[in-house]
Ligand binder design. Sequence first.
Ligand code: NAD
Length: 151
Amino acid sequence: MEKVLVTGGAGFLGSHLCDQLIKAGADVLCVDNFFTGDKRNIAHLLSQPYFELMRHDVSFPLYVEVNKIYNLACPASPVHYQHDPVQTTKTSVHGAINMLGLAKRTGATILQASTSEVYGDPEVHPQTENYWGRVNPIGPRSCYDEGKRCA
Ligand SMILES: NC(=O)c1ccc[n+]([C@@H]2O[C@H](COP(=O)([O-])OP(=O)(O)OC[C@H]3O[C@@H](n4cnc5c(N)ncnc54)[C@H](O)[C@@H]3O)[C@@H](O)[C@H]2O)c1
């Protein structure tokens, strides 16, 4: 049975992903610090035998055994990610490093949730993979944009 870690699993995208993974027969570990997520998003899954919920901040290391990692943990809307820019940066950067370390140790495959914000205010539409973007490194969005660029 596939053991799948979903970070940010109590959030908007993560909770729907948890639904689909449970339907597909996976053993799901949902990790969230509930900064923007809500227990109500995954309440209906708590009675499922192969669903587990852990309160944890991904900016700290996590030692679990998994085969797949979906790293979605990060506040996604400006009002939330600008609330504590340092924590947003830590969530993206330390979170990605911790999840990559976990993937390396366990041999798990990993998906990192990025964003079109990594292109900043682009001069090119649509952006291709070889376009480097035009991010303001000291602007109000930089904690999210630069964090995601690093991740
Ligand atoms: N929704 C979109 O349109 C969109 C677009 C581009 C990228 N993304 C990315 O997709 C991912 C999910 O976005 P979403 O819309 O579901 O956002 P969301 O805010 O609903 O979900 C993010 C989840 O991460 C959790 N979280 C935040 N910091 C954490 C931390 N340090 N440790 C553990 N959990 C933490 C929150 O509590 C929340 O449950 C994010 O990484 C976001 O940047 C979303």
